[in-house]
Design a binder for this molecule. Structure first.
Ligand code: ATP
Ligand code: MG
Ligand code: MG
Length: 364
């Protein structure tokens, strides 16, 4: 059978690998950590850094198709094997930098984003304040996740504090948008260029980390249509292959795109049990040139991330919760805020029970 090589061995790679395996593919993984989550379920793992050209060459030589499970892959190291990467390297170039990403969304896909400016120095930052009205958020342009590399700029005091010790590197200053809900939509295009969406999820973050995703989000028909149109516009502008996660903000009368993830997304884990085709199977189908049906959900679903110690509690309690779909990524080291696994439940009653469990046992 054909072999799919995945760069990155985290939980997204693991769930991609599991989907690929049942479809009869062989899977290879590149990750610096021995026995990484994806490595545990793959046919082989190459233990090396993500930008190790020799290791990428080896993975490419052993694979028929290459994909990645995160956006910080070394584009240059992968470019040599571009013919094996259906997602393309341009998608990575755009999404690995918040400035190129937001510029692309605004100018090419013609979709609204928060007002933003590039910042290269304390002086540019001082000049930008006033052009971008507070409150705002200063972010590093690359490498950030779970809110790492972000500074709130809500007041003149925040501005002064930042100016006194200004972060190095290229930054982006974004207006903080007055959203009512955070949403996401996963989208792909199949072998025929047909755009396929998963139901929209409503996401709750705690300390900048995704805590829960509920789907389908409760939205007006008009908002749903608008968001699907945004997703289609971005997917077509990118000539997308593979799954793209789109994070959005909505208020009563506005929709903004926050950021893109060139891969399946944490807020789409509910699709494993709640939709006819999971985002991971959809990803594998799209990159291997298969077709996809319309995606439907049978009932509302709630996904809860298990962070740090919550995993231990969930493992103990699982015996009393036949309604839980329990996912343990098999990470060796437990760390506060680390995504160790997740739970998904389907149906209103089970959703309420999971909410209660989370209130009682959730990480404080
Ligand atoms: P992820 O783990 O999703 O990759 P990240 O570190 O890349 O996160 P963002 O998604 O940019 O960070 O921001 C994290 C959170 O901060 C958002 O989910 C949202 O709650 C808030 N946020 C970020 N940018 C804005 C904005 N312009 N206006 C309002 N809230 C924002
Ligand atoms: Mg991000
Ligand atoms: Mg985000």
């Amino acid at each position: 059978p054909a072999t799919i090589g995945i760069i990155g061995g985290g939980q997204l790679g693991q769930m991609m690998a599991l989907s690929a395996k049942v479809m009869g593919y062989k899977v290879g993984v590149l990750d610096p950590t021995k026995d990484a989550p994806a490595g545990q379920v793959a046919d082989f793992q190459i233990v090396a850094a993500y930008d190790d050209q020799d290791a990428i060459d080896t993975l490419a030589a052993r694979s028929d198709v290459l994909t990645y499970e995160f956006e910080n892959v070394d584009v240059n190291a992968l470019a040599k094997h571009a013919d094996l990467v259906p997602q393309g390297t341009k998608l990575l170039e755009i999404t690995s930098n918040r400035l190129t990403e937001k510029t692309f969304i605004r100018d090419v896909a013609k979709v609204p984003v928060a007002q933003f400016m590039a910042i290269h120095s304390a002086k540019e930052f001082a000049d930008a304040i006033g052009r971008i009205t507070l409150p705002a958020i200063l972010k590093t342009v690359s490498g950030g996740y779970d809110g790492h590399g972000q500074w709130s700029v809500d007041s003149e005091a925040d501005v002064a504090a930042l100016l006194a010790d200004f972060p190095a590197g290229t930054l982006i200053l974004e207006q903080r948008v007055p959203f009512k809900k955070e949403l996401s939509i996963m989208v792909t295009r199949d072998a025929n260029g047909q755009v396929v969406f998963w139901p929209i999820a409503e996401n709750v973050h705690v300390n900048h980390i995704l805590k829960t995703s509920f789907a389908p989000a409760v939205l007006s028909a008009a908002d749903t249509a608008k968001i699907q149109q945004i997703a289609a516009s971005i997917a077509n502008s990118l000539v997308l292959r593979g799954v793209l996660g789109i994070e959005l903000f909505v208020s009563d009368d506005h929709v903004w795109v926050n950021e893109l993830a060139p891969r399946p997304h944490n807020s789409g884990h509910y699709t494993i049990e709640a939709t006819n085709i999971s985002q991971f199977e959809g990803h594998i189908r799209s990159i291997t040139g298969l077709s996809l049906p319309e995606i439907t959900a049978q009932a509302p679903a709630l996904m809860l991330n298990l962070l740090g110690d919550e995993m231990q509690q969930a493992r103990e309690d699982f015996v009393n919760h036949p309604e839980w779909h329990f996912h343990d990524y098999g990470k060796a080291a437990i760390k506060r805020d680390r995504k160790m696994g997740h739970l998904t439940v389907i149906g209103e009653e089970n959703i309420q029970k999971l909410d209660e469990w989370s209130q009682t046992h959730g990480q404080r």
